[in-house]
Design a protein around this ligand. Structure first.
Ligand SMILES: [Zn+2]
Ligand SMILES: [Zn+2]
Length: 346
């Protein structure tokens, strides 16, 4: 027979250790403590919530936030296992709810349960972003323009899409003030008003990465806040004068624009049938864009010449057939018109 020589100093029953027995230890431990009241601040315009001094966007409404908010009032003792909190919320007024919590867990192998009531307080406050937007606060404007021409509808649409995608990415990444507060199409092009300099820069870079061209930044001092100078920056984006698939005339030949950067234009020479690089000032004029070419019938091919039926006049005119052109008599080619001349596309 073993002599049991360890007893709990509190209840006198045999103890597994030198100190309190398990049930006395569990009974002595504040295993779950509830705050009686928790408050949350949320923005009535966009639903963002504020913790300490930081705003965070959320898709969840008050109904969905309430159980988690109530759970945040519970503080478990570290040794508690199998923690679980059941929550029932009743709304008392627009800015007050009451949560009834049933808390369970195990401590030193014993099942524990308790209930508590938590008051949920809903504060409303306009968030930093909505505050700036309604106050027409902004840090920059991205002005999208084209060099010596109007923006095409395609460029307008794409620039707006690029800007919106950048905004979505930044906001999702937690940059709440990198918003676009306004986007206006006007006679000169597209103006995008932005809430931070970071998003302004990224939009300017995103648009030039897509279309070529270049951008420049123009800061303007607009005031001072807490001893810091406040600048507003205009990002001037200039899209290249010539777009992809523009067909232009050089001194002697027609070429199709493939790509433009700030200094050079990559073109497909419609006379020689190969790509090459030219300087922008070699271009004399634009005759159209290959996307707008129209079909014309090749009436015949003979002796290095080809007869093309002008779809507008019905007259067949003869042009030299370039060695690189694979053209079949009786089939259509795509042409652009330069005055009386039909220019055959590739
Ligand atoms: Zn005991
Ligand atoms: Zn807001």
């Amino acid at each position: 027979m073993t002599i049991q020589d360890r007893f709990c100093p509190k209840c006198g029953k045999p103890s597994e250790t030198d100190g309190l027995c398990m049930s006395c230890r569990a009974a002595d431990t504040p295993w779950a403590v509830c705050d009686t009241r928790v408050a949350i601040t949320h923005c009535p315009s966009c639903g963002a919530t504020k913790q300490v001094n930081t705003w965070t966007d959320t898709e969840r409404d008050q109904e969905e936030l309430a159980p988690d908010l109530a759970r945040s009032a519970v503080h478990f003792y570290p040794d508690v296992k199998k923690r679980s909190i059941a929550v029932e919320v009743r709304n008392i007024s627009p800015n007050r709810s009451r949560a009834y919590l049933t808390i369970t867990g195990t401590l030193y192998g014993l099942s524990m349960e308790k209930t508590c009531t938590v008051e949920l307080v809903w504060h409303k406050e306009q968030c930093d972003r909505c505050n700036r937007i309604t106050g027409s606060y902004y840090e920059g404007i991205v002005q999208v323009r084209a060099d010596e021409r109007d923006l095409s509808p395609f460029e307008l649409q794409s620039a707006a899409t690029i800007a919106t995608q950048i905004e979505d990415t930044l906001i999702a990444g937690g940059e709440r003030l990198s918003f676009i507060s306004d986007m206006t199409e006007n006679r000169d092009g597209l103006d995008i008003t932005v809430g931070s300099q970071h998003i302004g820069l990224l939009i300017a870079q995103g648009i030039t990465a897509q279309f070529g061209g270049r951008y420049s930044t123009h800061p303007k001092l607009v005031g001072e806040k807490n001893g810091r100078q406040i600048f507003r920056i205009t990002y001037l984006v200039r899209l290249p004068r010539y777009q992809r698939h523009d067909v232009v005339k050089l001194d002697r030949v027609y070429v199709e624009v493939e790509q433009t950067d700030s200094r050079h234009v990559r073109v497909f020479d419609l006379s020689e049938g190969r790509s090459r690089s030219i300087k922008e000032d070699e271009i004399r004029r634009k005759i159209g864009n290959a996307r707008n070419a129209q079909p014309a019938l090749v009436a015949y091919i003979a002796g290095g010449m080809m007869g093309i039926l002008d779809p507008e006049t019905g007259v067949t005119k003869e042009y030299p057939k370039k060695p690189w052109q694979t053209i079949v008599a009786g089939e259509n080619v795509q042409v652009l018109r330069d005055g009386d001349i039909l220019v055959v596309m590739r």
